[in-house]
Design a protein around this ligand. Sequence first.
Ligand code: NAD
Length: 541
Amino acid sequence: MKNPNFILPQLINEDVKDYRKGSIERIEVQDVYDKMFNENIEIPLYIGNEKILTEKRIEINPPHDNKKVVGTFSFCNEKHVHLAIENLLKVKNIWTNTPWQDRASIFMKAAELIAGPYRSKINAATMIGQSKTIFQAEIDAACELIDFLKLNIVYMNEIYQEQPINVDDVSNKLEYRPLEGFIYAITPFNFTAIGGNLCASPALMGNVVLWKPSDYQVYSAKIIMDVFKEAGLPDGVINLVTGDPIMITDIALKNPNLSGIHFTGSTDVFKNLWSKVGLNINLYRDYPRIVGETGGKDFIFSHPSADSKVVSTAIIRGGFEYQGQKCSAASRIYLPSSKSHEILDYLNDQISTITMGSPRDFQHFMSAVIHEKSFDKIVDYIEKARKSKDAKIVIGGDYDKSVGYFISPTVIVTTNPNFLTMKEEIFGPVVTIYIYEDENWKNTLEIVDNTSIYALTGAFISQDRDSITYALKKLRYSAGNFYINDKPSGAVVGQQPFGGSRGSGTNDKAGSKLNLLRWVSPRLIKENFNPPTSYPYPYMD
Ligand code: NAD
């Protein structure tokens, strides 16, 4: 599998640009933002070599400026979905037989295009369509996507090199075949990089992919498709359809050639997909691989020994960056009674300096939440807390959707560790604090472990080594990504492979070899150089 002519990318993460005042990258992204904000883009379906603009269109409105229309995307019908799948299956044979070095080169080039000429475009699309600040766009749409595209090539190569032993006159070889049918990638609104990775990683391993992005990430999805095309990805290796998720899914899941689902999104949708696969199981030629990274109810536990400033900073960055719309966002917090006043004071001081607004205005730490349904759901949680005798809103609790879907960073304190907002995923800028008596910290870990159905991320903040060792054991299954003295969000590809278990997903760790292994079906090839010529064994003499 080694090719002396192919040089693997280095295992180094893309540098995050800082967009300081006066920097070239800042001027460039602002120019591109303004241009894109004021043009009326028409986003097609991408099927084979065709870009199809359908009759039915959906408007794209920036969440921070919800009456503004920046373009439309095409809404597919059933025929388009069938056509997209037929096209994938036609292209499949050529792509499966494309040498891995060529597949890798295409995705390396895609990474270089994003790092260079497409960086501002993909960041601006993410700022406009998903309301990310420039920093949040840069770490996601540019850096994380580049890292996924490059580092997966290294992991692919590691997989290919894992071979069985050869003995005497026998050669044994594992051929890492792509899956036989097609992969269906269904992606969420909140990370441009996840959209790109969920279709690119199976494609890198030689699969063909039907990609259905979220309606709220279509703008940046279009840039990703343009990058893939320019990088030389053959037409029809990844086909993009946008439209009714249930209709598209039902067609994909009834196709006998479905070989895998690569999903990131909410837990209920994933459970629904899984049960549909179960119902259709007799239709398929393969047992479809099901990979899903889903919701979270991520915690920060502050031990009595923790530094209060470290705790309050972790709460603010972990809970409110990107408006709390990260699956890893901190949303339930456990504070020791002895430090709770100090930590709440720090929170108050720091949160009072946070401003919200359009991401075009670089002073803001936060912007709007993604859409009206989400806004209404978050507001409902805030109002339930306001009315409850078990809870008190101590910071924030304000909201306004007249211009954009803005919700101020909100801190609730509850006396009930099982209060609604301690258990359910809110997916907005709302954190709930439960204050425990210092001497009960060990028992409180039991509560942390049992409060919610999720087990995605969690943070333990402490200056006491024994307590860290204890928490690591006690919370062994409470989080797939466990952070010590840090916020629970911000996983970097290659450094913190990401995923959780229980209700949070199949924990196949995006951005690692573990994920790529799901997209291959190894064939063992044994060759005997000295085949026997008679059947009796020596013991029979
Ligand atoms: P979502 O579940 O609403 O949508 C995800 C995708 O599923 C979208 O493409 C959507 O169109 C599609 N979809 C929706 N309903 C469907 C149905 N009935 N059948 C088939 N497809 C359907 O999620 P979202 O709001 O886009 O993203 C937020 C969710 O994603 C949160 O729950 C968050 O925790 C989760 N998430 C998890 C991770 C992780 O790595 N664990 C990462 C990012 C987001």
